[in-house]
Design a protein around this ligand. Sequence first.
Ligand code: FAD
Length: 307
Amino acid sequence: MSALEPMSLMDRLPRLRGSVEADATLAPFTWFRVGGPAEVLVRPADTDDLCALLRALGPEVPVTVIGVGSNLLIRDRGIAGVVIRLGSSFAEIRTVNDTTIQAGSAALDTHVAQAARHAGIAGLEFLRGVPGTIGGAIAMNAGAYSADVSECLIEIEFVTRDGRRQILTRQELEMTYRHGGLPEGVILTWARFRGHADDPALIGARMDDIQARRESTQPIRSKTGGSTFRNPPGFKAWELIDAAGCRGLVMGDAQVSELHCNFLINRGAASAADLEGLGEEVRRRVLAHSGIQLEWEIKRLGQGGQP
Ligand SMILES: Cc1cc2nc3c(=O)[nH]c(=O)nc-3n(C[C@H](O)[C@H](O)[C@H](O)COP(=O)(O)OP(=O)(O)OC[C@H]3O[C@@H](n4cnc5c(N)ncnc54)[C@H](O)[C@@H]3O)c2cc1C
């Protein structure tokens, strides 16, 4: 699965302060717990390290960034090239003023929601229970309960594929439903969000309400990838899947959730091929039943086939 000769890819890496691992297991970094290895996994020490890495890698080297893998299906033969995972030095959260909060791209959404509540900043409650990072949330324009990232984002910093830092405002991004509109190949490093002042107790009560609704409607303790398919305009994906008779459908150890049928579940020993195959079978049945072609929301990365 090498993008290049294995040694030559390692040879192309500059001296980094972060960690570098060849043939690195990725499955434990994803919610589905499936998928093959990264040809090379790099965890940069900080933004300067990330810039140095990207400056040294020519455009022919595939580079993939992952968050905490809550919207990812990594295929069984893994990901060629360099996979980047940002660690705790990218996870700082700080209050800028009484309505603005800044978060590193590896900060967990739920921690940002909690920090905002603590600071009395309302408007980020929906991030409570989105199990990803801020980087993933912006890339996916994550949203829940009638709110999404595009409504509270002010600006982002990222590193370009050729290793330059850049800042863009929300207005410079073409954010749409579950699409962050980021420039191609960039890696987010931090973002600023604006809310409005409110009583922390009221913010907390809204967050508790959101979490209670999630617990009762989503398989949040399962090995899953969140919403599998985008809602087609005017429709709910789960209703189309249910109407096509796919609730509970099984392929290998992959299953369409009984609780929320736009979620796929790894019951234990599913492969990425089982999960992707099941998703394709759902698309086929929904098309046959309703004439609507579902589009994947989950990002499928890497190469399939036997490991
Ligand atoms: C139980 C469950 C419930 C969920 N509920 C919701 C929900 O209510 N609303 C919702 O919108 N989503 C939901 N999701 C999906 C998922 O949590 C979000 O899409 C989340 O924003 C993904 O973040 P992540 O860190 O896991 O990103 P990953 O899944 O690791 O990656 C997703 C995408 O983001 C990109 N990315 C990640 N980090 C960066 C970065 N630093 N720079 C550039 N690109 C980056 C990746 O390349 C990839 O394309 C749910 C998932 C699960 C498992």
